[in-house]
Design a binder for this molecule. Structure first.
Ligand code: URA
Length: 200
């Protein structure tokens, strides 16, 4: 079955399109979010809209470009209430969609997988998310190391997490460099220590 035609769970009935995993097959870094929201469902691309702007800042600080990473979500179709409001994905939807995550991991074989938020971490590793283990490497099959971060949407509502997030990303940069993953120098608003809670 093709990912873009998947009908394995109820979400196919209310989606506009599947937001498929995408990126270069040779990507060394895979980033996994939770699930598409309205903007992603409309455009077919991951991390658009408000969460997308925070995501861009994260990428800039890490020294990675969108076109060099593999980007996917744990759940590939938008979970919504009657196609209107976003809702959290349900455990059975996460479990059913895991086949596409497995497929991506097997085909791309990244050196590092960065998970954004609890749902992505638990789906990728099969372990419960412990917020104190952020950025601690978790090995999985396919030889990849998994590094968990907070979900960027958190930062939209909890601006006081900004400096913890910046520290996490500094440590993540060190981990990625230790895996011989080439990173550009950090850029973007988060490089400015004086930026008022992220510079936006
Ligand atoms: N949040 C996610 O987890 N993924 C997206 O693609 C957009 C918002």
């Amino acid at each position: 079955m093709d990912e873009s035609e998947c009908r394995a769970c109820r979400l196919h009935a209310t989606r506009t399109q599947v937001v498929v995993g995408r990126g270069p097959r040779a990507a060394q870094v895979m980033i996994i979010g939770e699930a598409p929201g309205r903007d992603e469902d409309r455009t077919g691309l991951g991390f658009q809209g408000a969460a997308g702007r925070v995501f861009e800042d994260i990428l800039a600080f890490l020294g990675l470009r969108r076109d060099e990473i593999w980007l996917a979500n744990a759940v590939r179709c938008r979970p919504s209430i009657d196609g209107k409001r976003n809702r959290a994905p349900r455990p059975d939807e996460i479990a059913t969609c895991r086949q596409w995550l497995e497929r991506d991991l097997g085909e791309v074989q990244p050196k590092a997988v960065v998970t954004l938020g609890r749902v992505a971490f638990e789906s990728v590793t099969g372990r419960p998310w412990d917020t104190h283990q952020r950025v601690e490497p978790v090995p999985i099959s396919h030889a990849a190391q998994v590094f968990g971060l907070y979900h960027p949407a958190y930062l939209i509502y909890r601006r006081n997490l900004q400096s913890a997030y910046r520290d996490d990303m500094r440590r993540l940069r060190e981990r990625l460099v230790a895996l011989n993953i080439p990173l550009a120098p950090p850029t973007g608003p988060w490089t400015n220590a004086d930026a008022p809670e992220g510079g936006r």
